[in-house]
Design a protein around this ligand. Structure first.
Ligand code: VLP
Length: 138
């Protein structure tokens, strides 16, 4: 049975989100706001097709992709840099490589018990234990 990330998830912790945002070149004022947010993710998964909608009181970000198919990502409302993104399965982990101006950019999602984890990477910064998202039962 393949892993299913579908559901509504609420952020519970975001350790070292600041370091990641600095690496991305997000300005001070935006970082101050972004750090305080408790975004929610709605994930819809149909096999290898994904819809990941991250929403907050400040900004929203929608990402749709198919595992194994490279796509152009605009990062609109985040750092606004374009990159080429490719998401693949590494066992039960969903791994995205974002190729562009920033080195070593990408993210990984995985499940641990009832929690969704997200590791964000950019240059020499990462969220070491991942950002945890608490699953809201629908
Ligand atoms: C940008 C930092 C905060 C900070 C400014 C705006 C959207 C995996 C992946 C799929 C993400 C989440 C975005 C990370 C923030 C970058 C606004 C926060 C709310 O998720 O699920 O998009 O990359």
């Amino acid at each position: 049975m393949p892993v299913d990330f579908s559901g509504t998830w609420n952020l519970v912790s975001n350790d070292n989100f600041e370091g990641y945002m600095v690496a991305l070149g997000i300005d001070f004022a935006t970082r101050k706001i972004a750090k305080m947010l408790k975004p929610q993710k709605v994930i819809k998964q149909d096999g290898d097709s994904f819809y990941i909608h991250t929403t907050s009181t400040f900004r929203d970000y929608l990402l749709e992709f198919k595992v194994g198919e490279e796509f152009e990502e605009d990062n609109k409302g985040l750092d606004n840099r374009k990159c080429k993104s490719l998401v693949t399965w590494e066992n039960d982990k969903l791994v995205c490589v974002q190729t562009g101006e920033k080195k070593n950019r990408g993210w990984t999602h995985w499940l641990e018990g009832d929690d969704l984890h997200l590791e964000l990477r950019c240059e020499n910064q990462r969220l070491p234990s991942g950002t945890e998202w608490f699953h809201l039962l629908e």
